[in-house]
Write a new protein. Sequence first.
Length: 386
Amino acid sequence: MSSELHQLTATTLAGFEDILADELRSFGARDIEKGRRAVMFKGDLGFIYKANFRSRFALRILKPIKTFVAIDEEAYYARIKAFPWEDLLTSEQTFAIRTAVNSQTYRHSHFMALKAKDAIADRLREKTGARPNVELDNPDLPIHIRIDRELVTVSLDSTGSSLHMRGYRQLTGQAPINEVLAAGIVELSGWDPVTPLYDGMCGSGTIAMEAAIKGLNMPPGLFRKLGYAFEKWPDFDQQLFDTIIEASMERISDLQLRIYASDASANVVSKAKKNIYGAELEDEIQVSVQNFLDLKPTEERGTLILNPPYGERMDKEDIEELYKNLGDAFKQNWKGFSCFMITGNLTALKKVGLKSTSKVELFNGSIECRLARYDVYEGSKKQPND
């Protein structure tokens, strides 16, 4: 039955809908439709495995199993209870429910999750004589419920722990960047892997490692230690999954990458090195202790990506001075480069002193950010539209 097409949904971060749709299309997804922080598409059982194992931009792959309209909580409970959960779950297994609510009728996501939990447990008790237990951390069957006004979509979460939890980061510093966010930034930069990429404020090395994953066409699932929720589904096909893993591994490139990661803190660089060595990417990424303001590229063209401090632990004058110095460094040291900076400090961003070529709205957790691009030209040529 693996060739049967299913309606599927891949969730992602705000601003990554286009690149996720392109990625899924490259995997062979059909009937793609972009939503808000999500892409809907059709694929077979093997595609569920492939998208989880290979996607750089998805957070979860959901398989909708029931959609209905519920005008009140009683109708919501009854419709969920009517589903044959005994076909998917035994009373000895565990389950958990995540809800996303956008509704005036239903305002409390936690309450709606509890209501659904009761409906499923009551159904199993009536059918089997025992209630299954809820396990929040690693359930046998994670379930996702989206309520949009009065339209309810119940989905099986094929992923389990979010796909941003790659598994390659052994050590992190303060406020480490989300791996999917880092992957999307690299993609939005338009970096060509035959050219050099510099990360001048590398932290724990996430942006550099995501660049290496892109450049080598590596499946992020290669690093994952947590497994996937679909491996506990009744119809899980281990042979099919093994075939997809093998095919994905054969697609890994042997391109010689030139990725340079540096940071002013020796302690931070030590953590980045351990992460990079643990991921066996030390041949692709050169790591060094270097203050970005003193850093000068050894090549004439390429891409620079920075994730500077946003200023939560700095005085206003200090953070604005830092951003002014970053702009000066772009002009003095990075001619010929496309320079990218993601920041949640939109006031300090104005102190860079260069006209940005583009700005993309992104979110780092709950922090509204901008990914600003600065193309630095040789000589005295002005920025476009300056």
